[in-house]
Ligand binder design. Structure first.
Ligand code: F0G
Length: 488
C-alpha cells in the first residue's frame, strides 16, 4: 500500500489502545512544578480562583483550549507572509476566500474573538422582550443577550444532564421542547435559535448533523433564523464522523458544507476553531451582512481586519483548512477519552460519554456534602491545583449570575473542566493528571467549601476572589506530604 493511502486508513484508537498523536513536536516550552506549599500559597494569592493564577505557577494548564492550541509549521510559515494594511489587505482576502470555500457562505465579517461576534449578533437581532432558544447557554452568549433585555431558553434533551449517559449526541436540541417554547412566546418574538456545537458548559457534548437538519427545517417553516456557534466545531465534526452512522463515508469537508447550508448565520471563536486567534461571522444574506457590518466597524475595526492582526488571520486561514483533516481534529477527543478512562479506572466520576474540549470531573459526586452555595466545583478546582499544579476551570454555580433578587442561581451541574488544548500535552502528562486527581479522590473527605471575599456583579467567575471555609486546604497539604514526602 502507498504511504498516503495507508495514512488515511489508520483507525481511531479505542478500547485500551494508545491515543496516537498524528504529529511530532519540534518546539517546546519549559515547565516548572512548584512544591505543594508554594502551590497552596499561589492558590490563596489568586483568591482560590484559577483564572487569577499566574501561568508561571502552573504545571499543567488545563484552564481552557482558547488561544492556547498548538499551531502547525504551515500556520507559522503563513504568518510570515502576512500583508499588513489597515484596509484591503491581501491577507484578509485570502482568509475570506478560504472561509467562503469551506462554509459556502458569501459574506464574512471579522471580529476580534467569539464574544465580539456575539455582541454584534445580539445588537443586530436581540431586542428587549425577544426570545432566543438554544441547546445550552454559554456564559458570554447569555450575558450579551440578557444585557439587551432578551430571554434565553434552553431546549436541550433531558439526557444532557445525565452525567452517566451513553447517548452519543447529548448536546442535541429537543425538537418538542423547541416547538413548545416557540408556540408559547410566538414565532415573531424569537430573535433566533442558536445551536452550540458542541456544548461548552455541559461537558463538550456534540450535536448530530441530523438534529441540525431537523432544527433547521422547523425554523425555516416558521421563518426563524438559525445561528450556529461553531467555536467548538472541530471536536463536534470528529464525533459526527465517528458516531453518526449516516456520515461515516462523508469527508469532513462535505459534512461542514452540508451543515453550513442548514444555518443562516455561523459565528466562531478562532481562539478555538482553527487553532489561531480572533473570530468572525459568516452569512449568505446580504441583508444580514449589511445590518451587522456597521456594528463591526463601530466595535471591532475596519471590515478587512475586525480587530485581528494580519498574522492571526493568516494562521486562521491555514488552521481552518487543517480542521478538515480528521487526523488533526481527532487529537483532543482521543486525549479526553484517554484521561476519562484513566480516571474511570480509579472510580473518579466524570461526565460521560466523554466529549470534546476537555474531561469534565463531576464535582457533585466527587465532593459530596458541600452545598452548591459553597461552590463545590470551585473548591474542587482549587484542590486539584494544590494537589498537582493542574489548572482546571470551575463550570458550576460560580459561573452563573445571581438571580435578580440577589439569591444564588444554582447551576444544573457542578463540573471542573480539565481542558485539553489541541496537540499541547503528551500522553504521560495526561497520565500524571489522572494520577493526581485520583489521589485527591481517595482523600476527597478533606475538601471543604469556599465563600466570596470579593464578588463582581457580572461574569463573577473571571475576577471573583474566594476564601476556604475552615482550614481544609492546610489539612490537604499535610496529607499530601505524608503520602508523597518529596512534596511534589
Ligand atoms: N462560544 C463558545 C461555545 C465558547 O466556548 C466561547 C469561549 C465563546 C463562544 C466566546 O469566545 O472566548 O473567543 O470570546 N470559550 C472559552 C472557554 C472562553 O474557555 O471555554 P471568545
Amino acid at each position: 500500500m502507498m504511504a498516503a493511502e495507508a495514512y488515511n486508513k489508520i483507525e481511531f484508537f479505542s478500547g485500551d489502545s494508545i491515543p496516537l498523536e498524528m504529529h511530532k513536536v519540534r518546539m517546546v516550552q519549559r515547565l516548572y512544578l512548584l512544591p505543594i506549599e508554594e502551590r497552596l500559597a499561589a492558590m490563596q494569592q489568586a483568591g482560590n480562583n484559577t483564572f487569577l493564577l499566574k501561568n508561571r505557577d502552573v504545571f499543567i494548564d488545563m484552564l481552557t483550549d482558547s488561544g492556547v492550541n498548538a499551531m502547525s509549521e504551515q500556520q507559522y510559515a503563513a504568518m510570515l507572509m502576512a500583508d499588513d494594511s489597515y484596509a484591503g489587505s491581501e491577507t484578509f482576502f485570502r482568509l475570506q476566500k478560504t472561509l467562503q470555500e469551506i462554509f459556502g457562505k458569501e459574506y464574512f465579517l471579522p471580529t476580534h474573538q467569539g464574544r465580539a461576534a456575539e455582541n454584534i449578533l445580539a445588537n443586530a437581532f436581540v431586542t428587549s422582550g425577544s426570545h432566543t432558544m438554544m441547546n445550552y447557554h454559554f456564559t458570554t452568549t447569555k450575558a450579551h443577550i440578557t444585557r439587551l433585555g432578551g430571554t434565553v431558553h434552553e431546549v436541550t434533551t433531558d439526557e444532557v444532564l445525565n452525567v452517566d449517559s451513553t447517548e452519543p449526541f447529548k448536546g442535541n436540541i429537543d425538537l418538542q421542547k423547541l416547538k413548545a417554547t416557540i408556540d408559547e412566546v410566538g414565532a415573531d418574538k424569537v430573535a433566533f435559535v442558536r445551536i452550540e456545537a458542541g456544548t461548552n458548559l455541559v461537558g463538550g457534548q456534540p450535536v448530530s448533523l441530523q438534529n441540525m437538519r431537523e432544527v433547521s427545517q422547523l425554523c425555516r417553516r416558521l421563518g426563524i433564523m438559525v445561528v450556529l456557534d461553531a467555536s467548538l466545531l472541530a471536536d463536534n465534526l470528529f464525533f459526527i464522523k465517528t458516531r453518526e452512522e449516516a456520515c461515516r463515508e462523508k469527508s469532513i469537508a462535505e459534512i461542514v458544507l452540508e451543515m453550513s447550508q442548514l444555518m443562516d448565520i455561523i459565528y466562531f471563536s478562532a481562539r478555538k476553531l482553527g487553532c489561531a486567534r480572533g473570530g468572525g461571522i459568516l452569512t449568505s444574506s446580504e441583508e444580514h451582512f449589511k445590518k451587522m457590518r456597521t456594528l463591526v466597524t463601530l466595535y471591532e475595526g475596519f471590515l478587512t481586519y475586525g480587530g485581528m492582526s494580519v498574522r492571526e488571520m493568516e494562521a486562521l486561514a491555514v488552521g481552518m483548512r487543517e480542521t478538515l483533516d480528521v487526523h488533526v481534529i481527532s487529537q483532543t477527543p482521543l486525549y479526553v477519552e484517554a484521561l476519562g478512562k484513566e480516571l474511570d479506572k480509579n472510580g473518579v466520576p466524570t461526565v460521560k460519554p466523554w466529549g470534546g474540549l476537555g474531561c469534565h470531573v463531576d464535582a457533585t459526586r466527587f465532593v459530596q456534602g458541600i452545598p452548591q452555595d459553597q461552590y463545590p466545583a470551585g473548591a474542587l478546582a482549587a484542590a486539584i491545583f494544590i494537589t498537582g499544579g493542574i489548572r482546571g476551570m470551575e463550570r458550576g454555580t460560580l459561573s452563573e449570575q445571581r438571580n435578580e433578587d440577589g439569591s444564588e442561581h444554582l447551576a444544573d451541574m457542578e463540573l471542573v473542566r480539565l481542558a485539553v488544548p489541541k496537540r499541547v500535552f503528551t500522553y504521560s502528562q495526561i497520565k500524571y493528571v489522572a494520577d493526581r486527581v485520583s489521589w485527591l479522590y481517595e482523600n476527597r473527605e478533606l475538601i471543604g467549601g469556599l465563600e466570596f471575599e470579593e464578588e463582581p456583579e457580572t461574569l463573577r467567575f473571571f475576577l471573583g476572589r474566594l476564601r476556604p471555609i475552615g482550614d481544609w486546604q492546610e489539612k490537604l497539604v499535610a496529607k499530601f506530604k505524608k503520602d508523597m514526602p518529596t512534596g511534589v
